[in-house]
Write a protein that binds this ligand. Structure first.
Ligand SMILES: [Zn+2]
Length: 146
């Protein structure tokens, strides 16, 4: 017998309709940039050197006490930070393991995350659907102007 049964007893089984409603409220109030990134992925600048010998705009590196570097890339659209810590000297082990710091609202709440338990209703596909719905009028105006 698996430990899943034990976990099920620990976590309250909520009403699925409740989650659907929570998702709907979240979806209609989510910022356009958040929906866009949830639908189509973040726009992290690439970690590479420019011809000018700098890191790309939106990428920063900070040397750590042990000779490792902490490299942070900031999504151009939603502001999510993707952080990787290198080996000493700056090399990385692949596959890379990133940490993410999500944008927050004025009260410090994660504005990227959908409410817990609503994953089924806030999937990439559902975010794309809502993002597209919001953009439709603009798509039509832009297309008709051509
Ligand atoms: Zn993003």
């Amino acid at each position: 017998m698996s430990t899943d049964i034990g976990m099920a007893q620990l976590t309250r089984e909520p009403d699925p309709e409740d989650y659907e409603k929570k998702a709907e409220v979240w979806m209609t109030s989510a910022d356009d940039d958040v929906l866009g990134c949830r639908a189509s992925g973040h726009a992290f600048p690439k970690i590479r050197a420019t011809r000018a010998g700098r890191l790309a705009k939106g990428v920063s590196a900070r040397r750590q006490w042990d000779g490792c570097y902490q490299i942070t890339s900031v999504c151009r659209d939603c502001g999510t930070e993707r952080i990787i810590t290198t080996l000493p000297g700056g090399m990385i082990d692949l596959p890379a393991h990133y940490k993410y710091v999500y944008p927050t609202d004025a009260e410090g709440r994660n504005r990227y995350a959908a409410p817990r338990g609503t994953g089924e209703f806030t999937s990439r596909r559902e975010c794309l659907r809502e993002s597209w719905r919001r953009a439709l009028e603009t798509i039509q105006i832009a297309g008709d102007a051509e």
